[in-house]
Design a protein around this ligand. Structure first.
Ligand SMILES: *Cc1c(COP(=O)(O)O)cnc(C)c1O
Length: 418
């Protein structure tokens, strides 16, 4: 046996190693309020970096195009069974590479190019893949959009119904990336039935809340539900499609061979672990704490004169229109980053500014709740945000807040890192 060689990442590629270390420290010392981000557990990270990276397994468990699938089959079955049990689904496909490909698979399964789809407008909180002109879904389908009511900032179900009956969409899409309220799935079901549409719910953002019982479950109402696995669900970057048994074949065929080749088996492992974690009492507590934190933060920000779209929140995210604060969304997001608080600028309903420098910001509590922040920390975040909004050009002030932020963060261990 020859002398052992050091083949760790650190010795093979110090550049990548150092970037990973640097990102760990960044995620440890900043307050992460990007509503779509989270911290996965050490167990999920471990499951994603295994020899399942070495496998090819086109097809599905028990029906693969390659031999040697004994462990891949068992792993994927585990993830499928856990997904079905957690969400009460008749069928689950855990192979989509991410949320966008999962949504494309739904279109491929149910629609033909030129067909009409109806979803929430991107600038009102919808997702690119819900028919935005910039997305293939807006180029290949006849996308019609519903908006939020400009006065209330809420979904207007009468308007959705009117548009559905007028346009008779093949797919009625419910779901969002930036709507701070829960959805009425029974209402959506009714509208889908009246207009003859397939009801497609994209719960990418709030799947973790559904898993933890802090948000209504769309699965009993929808024909098909897609979700990412890396947002509130706190798993690896990936996606799943849940559907009624009658649609199982169409969905599976659309994912493979319709859109994809071999599944990312190591990711499947991470998804399986995340689903196990999401079925625990601790995760239930987590999901409810995410919403409680968002409500606290919303109330604190409101009290400081921030204008919240829809007046508040009952999920994990908050959308703020900064117009009355005399600062744009992008200016605020950049100043906050300098102060150690990371979030994204966002359009608001009735947006009058360009999408790359809109009037609003979006923030969410999934990440900070994962590291144990509670009421006291929400109050401090609101204070810091208020200070930044009124003094965004004062770089000394921003740097001083960043130091206070890092001090606060040092008291809260980071899942998956510490
Ligand atoms: C995040 C998101 C997606 C897309 O997920 P990716 O993994 O980024 O492709 C799809 N739909 C909604 C509603 C989302 O919020």
């Amino acid at each position: 046996m020859t002398a052992q060689t050091d083949n760790t990442l650190k010795s093979i590629d110090s550049e990548v190693f150092n970037l990973v270390r640097s990102e760990e420290s960044y995620q440890r010392s900043t307050i992460r309020l990007i509503a779509s981000e989270n911290y996965t557990s050490r167990a999920v990270l471990e499951a994603c970096g295994t020899v399942f990276q070495n496998k090819y397994s086109e097809g599905y468990p028990g029906a693969r195009f390659y031999q040697g699938q004994i462990n891949c089959d068992a792993l994927e079955r585990l993830a499928i069974d856990r997904a079905k049990a957690l969400f009460g689904a008749e069928h689950a496909n855990v192979q989509p590479y991410s949320g966008s490909p999962a949504n494309l698979a739904v279109y491929l399964a149910f629609a033909k190019p030129g067909d009409t789809i109806l979803g929430l407008n991107l600038s009102h909180g919808g997702h690119l893949t819900h028919g935005s002109k910039a997305s293939v879904t807006g180029k290949w389908f006849n996308a019609v959009h519903y908006n939020l009511n400009p006065d209330t900032g809420l979904l207007d179900y009468d308007e959705i119904r009117r548009l559905a009956l007028e346009h008779r969409p093949k797919l009625l899409i419910a779901g969002h990336s930036a709507y701070p309220r829960q959805l009425d799935f029974a209402k959506f079901r009714e509208i889908a039935d009246e207009s003859g549409a397939i009801l497609f719910v994209d719960m990418a953002h709030f799947a973790g809340l559904v898993a933890g019982g802090a948000h209504a479950n769309p699965v009993p109402f929808a024909d098909v539900v897609t979700t990412t696995t890396h947002k509130t669900l706190r798993g690896p970057r990936g996606a799943m499609i849940l559907c009624k048994e009658v649609h199982a074949k169409a969905i599976d065929k659309a994912v493979f061979p319709g859109l994809q080749g071999g599944p990312h088996n190591s990711t499947t492992g991470g998804i399986a672990v995340a689903l196990k974690e999401a079925a625990t009492p601790a995760f239930k507590e987590y999901a409810h704490a995410v919403v409680a934190n968002a409500k606290t933060l919303a109330a604190e920000l409101s009290a400081k004169g921030f204008k919240l779209v829809s007046g508040g929140t009952d999920n994990h995210l908050i959308l703020i229109d900064l117009t009355n604060k005399g600062i744009t969304g992008k200016e605020m997001a950049i100043a906050l980053e300098a102060a150690g608080i990371v979030l994204n600028y966002n359009t608001v309903p009735g947006e009058t500014r360009p999408a790359f420098d809109p009037s609003g910001i979006r923030l969410g509590t999934p990440s900070v709740t994962s590291r144990g922040f509670g009421v006291g920390e929400m109050k401090r975040i609101a204070e810091w945000m208020d200070a930044v909004a009124s003094d965004a050009k004062n770089t000394d002030k921003l740097a001083s807040i960043a130091r206070d932020v890092a001090t606060l963060c040092s008291g809260f261990p980071v899942p998956g890192i510490d």
